[in-house]
Design a protein around this ligand. Structure first.
Ligand SMILES: [Ca+2]
Ligand SMILES: [Ca+2]
Ligand SMILES: [Ca+2]
Ligand SMILES: [Ca+2]
Length: 465
């Protein structure tokens, strides 16, 4: 019984002590909450608390010890916590909680490159999580500004502009974003260069294209050769096919401006000219010319055209051919010739032989001589009145020579008829014996190989036997 009484006293004491120590307090997390997130309230009171009532200040309440509450909007609210202990005591505490607005997020879009002075700006990727954006203010970077979610602005000139977007939400909070807008309305400029500047080439040609752009930079350069396909230029290329070629080219900048197509011409010729000769002259026999010769060189070229024609005679100097020339040197000569075209292609040297013999040979009837008596082929003595007598067999003899083409043959003409043609020196013929006591006339005609001839004077003789 005593024991029980002591326990009761102890319990009473503790109870009184607890009742006396009832305190109320609370805190919340996060410390600076927003209207987007939940707020965790924590009871921090002491005593034998058996009941809690939270008044959140926005009209709602909770009887949990550590409630979670979400505010619908930012603002400052008076939070009250009321507690009761098992002894019936009550305490309360009030604190102001500030629920913050969540600021908006501005989004002006990506950096842009445009090829039009009129540019549309769109801020629709901007947002405000806990409300809405009330104002969109654009600063176009050229001293002008405009308000609106989507706006259009016309720049006066091309350039790179720093565009700023300010957004303001329904609680007055702001955010900024900026983008660079490159306004480029000028196409790029492409130039070409060649490894060598010439009108005609006899080698392949290396073409280099170089493009520059004022603002946005060159995106790509294209070219095509003659009727070929357009291809993107990456590095220099060569043109090697013979002929006249047109190369077309242009570039596009990163804004999409397209340069007008330009072109240039390359002319390639690998083929040497062809020169032919012709000889205007009177031809005799055996290819011999028996007059002056006029020599014409005629050159043609497939593409570039003839630059010069040269010729030389035998071991002489080369000279430029300008017009047909006369040639009259006696004998056999070689004429060399070739041409060069305007691309520098030289023809292989060719030659032809020209043989000229304009001079008659010389001839002389050696036997018989006029004014002698011949017996059995032997010359005996001169006659008194210059007559010539031949008795018995007799062989007439002649000399003939030609300096240039040489003797072809010698004719012995007896009484106007060809008695004998002798092709081999010494030239001779046995005189006929059929007509005794006849008066005869004999002469010699010598021909050179070109067909030139010479006649000796006729001599007369009386054949006795
Ligand atoms: Ca907001
Ligand atoms: Ca440009
Ligand atoms: Ca040629
Ligand atoms: Ca001759």
């Amino acid at each position: 019984m005593r024991k029980l009484a002591l326990l009761t006293i102890v319990l009473l004491f503790v109870g009184i002590a607890s009742a006396n120590s009832l305190t109320v307090d609370f805190y919340w997390e996060p410390v600076q909450p927003t209207d987007l997130g939940e707020v965790h309230f924590y009871d921090n009171s002491t005593g034998d608390i058996i009941a809690w009532i939270w008044y959140f200040g926005d009209g709602s309440s909770s009887t949990e010890q550590n409630p979670v509450h979400k505010y619908e909007d930012n603002g400052t609210y008076l939070v009250r916590l009321v507690v009761w202990d098992k002894y019936g005591q009550m305490e309360y505490k009030e604190k102001y909680i500030t629920i913050l607005n969540v600021p908006p997020v501005a989004n002006a879009g990506e950096d842009r490159i445009v090829n039009n002075l009129t540019v549309t700006f769109n801020a629709s990727l901007s947002y405000d999580l806990d409300g809405y954006i009330e104002r969109y203010i654009w600063d176009f970077g050229d001293g002008n500004s405009k308000e609106g979610k989507t706006v259009e602005h016309e720049y006066e000139e091309e350039g790179i502009y720093n565009v700023n977007l300010t957004v303001i939400d329904n609680d007055g909070a702001e955010d900024y974003d900026e983008i660079n807008v490159t306004v480029d309305v000028t196409p790029p400029i492409t130039n070409y260069s060649l490894n060598e500047e010439k009108e005609w080439y006899n080698t392949s040609v290396i073409v280099t294209l170089n493009a520059t752009d004022n603002l946005s930079g060159v995106n790509a350069t294209y070219y095509k050769i003659d009727d070929g396909d357009w291809q993107e230029y990456e590095e220099n290329f060569s043109i090697s096919e013979e002929g006249t070629h047109k190369i077309y080219y242009y570039s596009i900048d990163n804004a999409g401006n397209v340069e007008e197509v330009k072109n240039f011409t390359i002319k390639i010729d690998y083929t040497p000219p062809v020169t032919n000769y012709s000889i205007n002259a009177t031809y005799g026999n055996n290819g011999w010319i028996v007059s002056k010769a006029k020599i014409t060189l005629n050159a043609t070229d497939n593409l570039a055209g003839i630059n010069k024609t040269y010729y030389k005679i035998d071991d002489g100097d080369w000279q430029e051919y300008t017009k047909p020339f006369n040639f009259s040197a006696e004998g056999t000569h070689k004429i060399y010739y070739y041409s060069i075209d305007n691309a520098g292609n030289a023809e292989e040297v060719k030659n032809f032989t020209i043989k000229i013999d304009t001079k008659a040979p010389t001839a002389k009837l050696n036997e018989p001589q006029e004014g002698y008596i011949y017996i059995a082929g032997r010359k005996l003595m001169p006659t008194l009145f210059g007559n010539t007598f031949i008795i018995g067999k007799f062989t007439a003899e002649a000399d003939a020579s030609d300096d240039t083409s040489g003797i072809d043959y010698v004719e012995f003409i007896l009484n106007g008829q060809i008695l004998w043609k002798d092709y081999v020196a010494p030239y001779s013929v046995a005189l006929p014996q059929e007509f005794p006591f006849s008066l005869n006339k004999l002469k010699v005609v010598a021909y050179d190989k070109a067909g030139n001839k010479v006649e000796t004077e006729e001599i007369s003789y009386i054949k006795i036997l």
